[in-house]
Design a protein around this ligand. Structure first.
Ligand code: KG4
Ligand code: ZN
Length: 342
């Protein structure tokens, strides 16, 4: 491997996206291809692990071919295969890891296992020159956490979710209201129509530390729906399908509540670590424009710049996996072919 120009193929299959990307030292991210299983999982209102594994197996070869073709590369050009090995659905992770091992072995190339969360943490650095050290708020369907990031590969967790992740709260509350999966984008649209006003003041939980807890919020919304005769718990049925105003008000109150929580935790973390130079907002929930705007304004008030990736790099993708694989390859941090999934 020529250390001056390394070519990485990134593979991601930890949940419901089958993804492949090519990243090179000189050209950056040359391709970032994805097959989303969302239409399949929308039918069941959430991810069914076995369906996810089966779809990964069907799509991984074709997505890899697409990523190589878009980058104008062949497998022979790849120096190293970087693959998500944790955390995620074990069966889904195994598809990407087994595939990467097989190709790395066949082509006699290097292999690196990547932590999916590390991918999200550094995802805003792919398109931006983010000043270190920075604070990273990673929020998606599976995780909500705050990281103190000193350098590439050098970071520590300041706070994480004690139960549900924020994206999971959006998805579960959307499901209660008979809205399609994934819930986040639908909630955002409904909330916008209600001008992002706080109608119902849902509980913010403990704002005095850097951890997150969204399961209480989900329960509070459930009880509110029951109290408003909008939800029948016995038959698990939403009863106000035709009441658009009500759905908009719930969505808006929920989004404002989550915005308050993120803003407060970021301000608290910046107060505790005033030397931090910038803030990154990453993960699927960082697609949310209302949250981006609010956090941008809050960070500006503290004299810090907020960075977020473009939408394609917020939701699960292989570009962020290839990017982390690239800096690990530069440091010679390779794995053996007995790489395990977690
Ligand atoms: O990062 P991601 O693709 O997958 C995980 O690693 O979980 O994030 C998916 C999550 C879902 O919960 C989805 O509802 C949420 O991101 N999401 C959003 C928006 N777009 C996606 N949440 C709020 N607003 C959005 N616009
Ligand atoms: Zn993710």
């Amino acid at each position: 491997m020529n250390n001056k120009n390394i070519t990485i193929l990134g593979i991601e299959s930890s949940c419901d996206e089958t993804a492949a990307a090519v990243y090179t030292t000189q050209g950056g991210l040359l391709s970032n291809e994805l097959y989303s299983q969302i239409p399949s999982h929308a039918l069941t209102g959430g991810v069914i692990p076995e369906t996810a594994s089966r779809e990964h197996m069907e799509k991984i070869v074709v997505i890899t071919q697409q990523a190589l073709a878009k980058a104008n590369k062949t497998l022979n050009d790849i120096d190293c295969f970087a693959v998500t090995c944790k955390p995620g659905l074990p069966g889904a992770l195994m598809v990407g890891v087994a595939f990467s091992k097989a190709v790395a072995f066949a082509k006699n190339k290097k292999l690196i296992g990547i932590d999916h969360l590390e991918g999200h943490v550094f995802s805003a650095c792919i398109e931006n020159k983010v000043p270190f050290p920075f604070l990273a708020l990673t929020v998606s369907g599976g995780h909500s956490a705050l990281y103190l990031v000193r350098d590439f590969g050098c970071y520590e967790i300041l706070g994480s979710t004690l139960d549900d992740a924020a994206g999971e709260a959006f998805d579960k509350i959307a499901k209660l209201m008979n809205l399609p999966y994934p819930g986040g984008p639908v909630i955002e649209k409904l909330a916008e129509a209600a001008s992002f006003k706080d109608f119902f003041s849902y509980p913010r939980g403990n704002m005095k530390n850097l951890n997150f807890s969204f399961s209480g919020l989900k329960t509070a919304v459930l009880y509110h729906l029951i109290e408003q005769k909008a939800y029948d718990q016995e038959t698990k049925t939403f009863l106000k399908n035709d009441d658009l105003d009500f759905k908009q008000q719930v969505a808006s109150s929920l989004l404002v509540c989550i915005g308050d929580i993120f803003e407060e935790k970021i301000i608290r973390a910046l107060k505790m670590h005033p030397y931090l130079k910038s803030v990154c907002f990453v993960g699927g929930v960082a697609c949310n424009k209302y949250l981006r705007n609010r956090l941008q304004a809050a960070c500006e008030k503290k004299g810090k710049q907020l960075f977020f990736p473009s939408n394609k790099l917020c939701t699960d993708n292989a570009g962020m996996i290839a990017f982390v694989g690239h800096y690990k390859a530069q440091q010679g941090l390779f794995d053996d072919l007995d790489l395990k999934v977690f």
